[in-house]
Write a protein that binds this ligand. Structure first.
Ligand SMILES: Nc1nc2c(ncn2[C@@H]2O[C@H](COP(=O)(O)OP(=O)(O)OP(=O)(O)O)[C@@H](O)[C@H]2O)c(=O)[nH]1
Ligand SMILES: [Mg+2]
Length: 390
């Protein structure tokens, strides 16, 4: 990150506390306006601003390990930051904490808006904390950057859990790209595990890409569904069903109970004819009411069974190592793509080549080769042509 030239810096500003010596900060914090607020004279602030204490790396490590919520929040903010010096520190912390990660059961929850995911997580999470578990709730919702309202923004829907000291709720990071949100959520999950949370619930909206992201970071993937609103058997995409380790029909209460029971048995039947996402595990359907808190115990019993079966047959360990490798490769490929597309030669040549390809004047393969040749310096080492590039 570029630091601002000294001459343009406001002499009255200082780096924020958490920035250490402030190197690399492009802006500073201005002292408050005396005797007024927002330029309104006399409207003095009643309360004193509490200074955020700075923590050393060791204090942060100890704090996370001890489950200190303030420090946990601070470390997650570092993980979520896009500033290079925060990223370096976050990576150092993660590296030290890595041996303490991996102990939680990681559960992904998807479903259309209004399926009752937040209500369900509130009820299910509260049941688990009552059993002595520590529950972390995270979200993957790339749209939250645009709409400003995260799916977890409505903490009112998780009223019980948000007041529970054995629960920790973190809304979806505003990371811009799905890749950014993806990395931040994964690393937040690891930090939460090091802090002793043994159940991680990750909520996502029922759209392809973020669903796939959550599937790729969890042990168990649960589809929460409901009757009506076109979300019956035909309404559920086969691909989503084939990804689910269980399908949970929510709102099985009141007038809706009979319909829910019918859908539940249809789904249970259908699941037997579909590909299963986890070798050695047969997905089935469940009925719950997040509102009336019914069916939740059965669900937990099933999740424990899943853990037992996949630990025994090695699938859990295999899935996790595959996920981590794919994640690493994903990050590399994303960077390579970004660097390639930002090469001046590529940026210069691309519009013209696209036009010619669209107009049918140039074969796509030729254009692709021309483009790669234009950017060869990106891949070459000491001007050596990479193998197979001709
Ligand atoms: N009858 C009944 N209503 C429920 C149940 N669970 C949730 N609801 C209601 O369904 C509505 C949507 O619930 P949410 O928990 O916000 O649903 P969501 O899936 O998190 O929705 P988004 O965050 O918008 O994707 C709310 O009005 C809830 O009160 C249930 O088990 N039974
Ligand atoms: Mg919600």
């Amino acid at each position: 990150m570029m630091s601002q030239p000294e001459s343009t810096k406001n002499p009255n500003s200082r780096p924020p506390e958490w920035a250490g010596d402030g190197k690399g900060m492009s802006s500073g914090v201005m002292p408050g306006v005396k005797g007024g607020h927002d330029g309104v004279p006399g409207a003095t602030l009643q309360h004193k601003r509490r200074k955020r204490p700075g923590f050393t790396e060791q204090q942060m490590l100890d704090g996370v390990r001890a489950g200190d919520r303030t420090i946990l929040g601070r470390v997650i903010s570092l993980v979520e930051s896009n500033a290079d010096h925060h990223m370096d520190l976050a990576q150092a912390l993660l590296r030290s904490l890595l041996p303490e990660t991996g102990k939680a059961l990681r559960i992904g929850i998807t479903g259309v808006p209004g399926a009752g995911k937040s209500t369900f997580i509130d009820a299910f999470g509260s049941m688990l904390t009552a059993k002595g578990h520590k529950v972390a709730v995270l979200a993957v919702d790339p749209s939250s950057t645009m709409s400003k309202g995260s799916i977890l923004g409505d903490k009112t829907r998780m009223e019980t859990l948000s007041r529970d000291e054995n629960a920790f709720i973190r809304p979806s990071p505003s990371g811009g790209t799905l890749g950014g949100v993806n990395r931040k959520t994964r690393e937040t999950m690891l930090i939460c595990e090091a802090a002793g949370f043994d159940v991680i619930l990750i909520e996502t909206v029922g759209v392809g890409q973020s669903e796939a992201a959550v599937r790729s970071m969890t042990d168990f993937f649960m589809l929460l569904t409901l009757t009506g609103a076109g979300d019956d058997l035909q309404g559920i995409k086969r691909g989503v069903m084939e990804n689910a380790d269980a399908i949970v029909v929510n709102k099985a209460d009141g007038d809706n109970l009979l319909k829910a029971e019918r859908l539940g048995s249809e789904l249970g039947h259908a699941l037997h004819y579909l590909k299963t996402p986890t070798p050695g595990w047969q997905p089935s359907s469940f009925l719950v009411s997040a509102l009336k808190k019914t069916g939740l115990e059965e669900l937990w019993t099933m999740l424990l069974k899943f853990k037992e079966v996949t630990t025994e047959n090695g699938e859990l360990a295999h899935r996790r190592s595959q996920q981590t490798i794919e994640w690493m490769m994903g990050m590399v490929l994303e960077q390579v793509q970004q660097r390639f597309l930002s090469q001046p030669q590529v940026r210069e040549a691309l519009p013209g080549l696209k036009q010619q390809v669209a107009a049918g004047q140039l074969p796509a393969t030729t254009a692709a080769r021309d483009l790669l040749t234009a950017a060869d310096q990106l891949f070459s080492n000491n001007n050596q042509q990479p193998k197979g590039s001709s």
